[in-house]
Design a protein around this ligand. Structure first.
Ligand SMILES: Cc1ncc(COP(=O)(O)O)c(C=O)c1O
Length: 396
């Protein structure tokens, strides 16, 4: 598929607005929406519950969606658990593992609250939380790796949603493995933007949402659980579909993934996510990367020459994703975002659910432009022009 034009043709909203808030959620192309509608209109049935033909067809489509996810991250389908979103996946890891008092969990100062709070709460169970600290302009401090020593679990994001920084996950994973620690990756900002390979990452857990980079529906997410660690995990919830056998005195849990998916799952969401992954494959992830790199370079080059504007994240563009966080001196981030909105440009403002890094940088929040393959040079130039104009009024 040719980007951005062919993708834009599939997303009517791109004709109405300049949508630069992809880190929050991405727009959804027509073929993905159609796959969801097809399920509701043509073969709606519950999965794994009936012998009638609609149930069988729905179960087949649901299973195919799992296979597509497995292929997308180089896992086996038996390692792919459908959940609601990244947040749920990361909470499953924090609550599903057994920790003893004194166990060490390591995370980073660049995390989204969803990869911070579930693990911070473990302190109530006597777990020690260690944080790999960040330094301005929003990158990991290279001197922090020794904090991984003695860790039981290390969890970090691949890409910071607040700074756009690409974290050194390979290095962090290698340090975790050296300590015999479990390694969990928050891929919420990576999925659909960069290639994902759980074997190359060497992770035990990986979490992502369908609605962000994959351009799928909301309410569907993935928790990859490596086969080797599955026997260390307890599901957070139990119920229908999650057991092999039940008696008055006990139960036998079904194998992963079913043991971790009690109740009726988000069938339409999973089918939509499968269609979204097909769509990404048709575009080619390297083309997505290329377009986002082009727009990122353009943005930081322009921002670097605008007075009163500070942009955050890595100065090396190989480690800066298409998420550009910036402040305009003396202006509230929400006011900047509101001005952009009046010009039809959608960006996010505030702390981006990443208060630890905001506090480290002593800022209440930033404006954040985040890109996908359907964004254009013209959209970025329009945003830059308005930011330049805002900066000029400050100087005057
Ligand atoms: C890095 C990161 N992790 C986790 C999340 C949580 O994702 P969700 O709201 O889909 O659960 C986000 C959302 O912005 C994120 O950017």
């Amino acid at each position: 598929m040719r980007i951005p034009d062919e993708v834009r043709a599939d997303i009517p909203l791109t004709r109405k607005v300049a949508y630069l808030d992809n880190a929050a959620t991405s727009l959804t192309p027509a073929p993905v929406v159609e796959a969801v509608v097809r399920y509701y209109m043509e073969y709606k049935g519950n999965v794994h519950r009936g012998v009638h033909s609609l149930s069988e067809e729905a179960s087949r489509a649901f299973h195919e969606a799992r296979e597509k996810v497995a292929h997308f991250i180089n896992a086996s389908p038996e390692e792919v658990v459908f959940v609601g979103n990244t947040t749920e996946a990361l909470n499953c890891v924090a609550l599903g593992l057994t920790f003893d008092p004194g166990d060490i969990v390591v995370t980073t100062e660049l995390e989204h609250h969803s990869n911070f709070l579930p693990f911070l709460r473990l302190q109530n169970r006597g777990v020690t939380m260690k944080v790999l600290e960040a330094v301005p302009p929003g990158v990991l401090d290279g001197e922090q790796m020794e904090k991984i020593q003695g860790a039981h679990l290390v969890t970090c994001s691949m890409i910071s949603n607040a700074m756009g920084t690409v974290l050194p996950v390979q290095e962090i994973g290698a340090a975790a493995r050296k300590e015999g620690a479990l390694f969990c990756v928050d891929a919420a900002q990576a999925a659909g933007h960069v290639p994902l390979d759980v074997r190359k990452l060497g992770c035990d857990f990986l979490a992502f949402s369908g609605h962000k980079g994959p351009m799928g529906p909301t309410g569907i997410g993935v928790l990859f659980m490596k086969e080797r660690v599955q026997n260390q995990m307890e599901p957070c919830f139990l119920g229908g579909g999650a057991v092999k056998d039940v008696s008055l005195s006990g139960y036998q849990l079904a194998d992963v993934p079913h043991g971790f998916e009690p109740g009726t799952p988000n069938i339409a969401g999973a089918i939509g996510l499968g269609a979204a992954l097909d769509y990404i494959r048709k575009i080619g992830i390297s083309h997505v990367q290329k377009q986002e790199a082009l727009l990122t370079r353009l943005t930081v080059d322009e921002f670097s020459s605008i007075p009163h504007v500070t942009w955050y994240g890595s100065r090396e563009l190989e480690t800066h994703a298409g998420v550009i966080s910036f402040t305009v001196e003396g202006m509230n981030s929400h006011d900047v975002a509101s001005i952009l909105d009046t010009h039809g440009i959608m960006v996010r403002s505030g702390h981006h659910c990443a208060l630890p890094i905001m506090k480290k940088l002593c800022i209440p929040g930033t404006v954040r432009a985040s890109y996908h393959c359907y964004n254009t040079v013209q959209e970025v130039e329009l945003m830059v022009d308005i930011v330049r104009e805002v900066s000029r009024t400050l100087a005057g």
